[in-house]
Design a protein around this ligand. Sequence first.
Ligand code: C2E
Ligand code: CA
Ligand code: CA
Ligand code: CA
Length: 275
Amino acid sequence: AKKSLDEKICYYEANMDEASRARRAMARDLWVALEQGQFFLNFQIQRAVSSDEITGYEVLLRWQHPTQGLIPPATFIPVAEECGAISAIGDWVLEHACREAVLWNLQPRIAVNLSALQLSNAGLVEKVRAVLAATGLPAHRLELEVTETALIADRDRALHLLQQLKAMGVTIAMDDFGSGYSSLETLRSFPFDKIKLDRSFINELETSQQAKAFVRAILALGHSLNVAVLAEGVETEAQRAILEEEGCQEGQGYLFGYPALLSRLGELDQAVPPH
Ligand code: C2E
Ligand code: CA
Ligand code: CA
Ligand code: CA
């Protein structure tokens, strides 16, 4: 039977309610998670493409929910952004990541993801300074990864914050470059130390001449701007070989190691692939 428009709208609204109820429930759970220690950190190796030199460790947040199991960050980070919990969660990540970096003597650096909300918070610089002081991690061993979308909200403030962080010795990476809005203007006006080339380019490296041309152009750009370029999502030896041939120096991806607990990083080839 055909549904009337009214019925369809009702159905739609009921579903919307359910979706927003679920988000509200998750928002509440996020605060509980912080309190009860349900978050933990994975680390993923970043390394040279043509040698096994380690260049860093990206910190990736994980949530072990008591009834729903492991919830991926792609699911809960947007909710945490929406309800504001990301500020407290981001503080937690920063503090624990720096502490573990000292404990495990991670060299040369760790890379921590920053959310848009953290970047719009004027207290960020003091927070970073305090965490470095409290943990004893030297500033040059901390890199912060920011996405272009995180810079959009208030570009002037973001620029000011990043400049202050850089002045402390923290390095800044532009995450997911080539996805979404990345524009040359952003590269030009922000003081990035590193460009992280989005996984989508690396995915197509073997099959698409266009993807390869983009990678080549971005590498040339990085080279002339004196900005390091890291290829994200390197999964195959063929991709690694092309990257090496193109002069890409750094990579990250399942080929080099899955994200894992630090206690398991030494046995990464035995770690379980995610999802
Ligand atoms: P991202 O910053 O781009 O992080 C890289 C993502 O790619 C991670 O997903 C990682 O597990 C995955 N990955 C690494 N190598 C490969 C590969 O070879 N192939 C494929 N297909 N994937 C690979 P993950 O851990 O699920 O995180 C997803 C996103 O969640 C991150 O994307 C980041 O935007 C966000 N996120 C994770 N941790 C944090 C955090 O502490 N704070 C904030 N604000 N965001 C976070
Ligand atoms: Ca990242
Ligand atoms: Ca990325
Ligand atoms: Ca991303």
